[in-house]
Design a protein around this ligand. Structure first.
Ligand code: GAR
Length: 189
């Protein structure tokens, strides 16, 4: 059994989709949700699948001794960032030997970096007049959105799209691709 821990800060639809996908799996277990936001929708969503949540303070994320301890206690082999806002520091990356991945709602390197999160990304895609968008699943390093790319999926940007409409199309790609990538990586661990 490969234990994974999901980090999420927001609504948590990707986190829930992953928990649903692996519910009853005998190869991958979603061992916990870690967040820095006590109001994250992800907390309630994950509780529906019996996934426990740990809420850490800003100080604990900045100096992640307890976070690393908890990752080790849970025998974490892979960390999955699913809409996670805080910086991830090196001790956390090292705690899982670099097996830490993120999903980003654009075709990196376009529309990545600081402040590029959620709906802001879709606004930037529309403002730039891009004809296509998509998702990027990549390894996490200390550089925001900088790690090596594992996979990308594309979708069209349609004339008259609102950021919310584009977000829905991109979310559909996320729900399909993310659990499959996690399953593949876990099989290699
Ligand atoms: C997702 O679209 C994810 O790609 C994005 O936040 C959304 C979270 O939605 N992540 C980033 O923008 C990271 N830079 P969710 O909470 O419903 O899963």
């Amino acid at each position: 059994m490969v234990n994974i821990v999901i980090f999420a800060s927001g609504n948590g639809t990707n986190a829930e989709n992953i928990a649903r996908h692996f519910a009853g799996s005998n190869s991958v277990k979603v061992a916990a949700l870690f967040t820095g936001n006590p109001r994250a929708g992800a907390i309630e969503r994950m509780s529906r699948y019996g996934v426990p949540c740990r809420i850490f303070s800003r100080e604990q994320w900045n100096n992640p001794v307890e976070i690393v301890d908890e990752l080790k206690r849970l025998d974490t082999r892979l960390i999955v960032l699913a809409g996670f806002l805080s910086m991830v520091h090196k001790p956390v990356i090292d705690a899982v030997g670099g097996n830490i991945i993120n999903i980003h709602p654009s075709l990196l390197p376009r529309h990545g970096g600081k402040g590029m999160w959620g709906i802001n990304v879709h606004r930037a895609v529309l403002e730039a007049g891009d004809r296509e968008s998509g998702i990027t699943i990549h390894y996490v390093t200390e550089e925001i959105d900088g790690g090596s790319i594992i996979c990308q999926r594309r979708c069209p940007v349609l004339p008259g799209d609102t950021p919310e409409e584009l977000a829905m199309r991109v979310h559909a790609l996320e729900y399909e691709a993310f659990p499959a990538v996690i399953e593949q990586l876990a099989a290699q661990l």
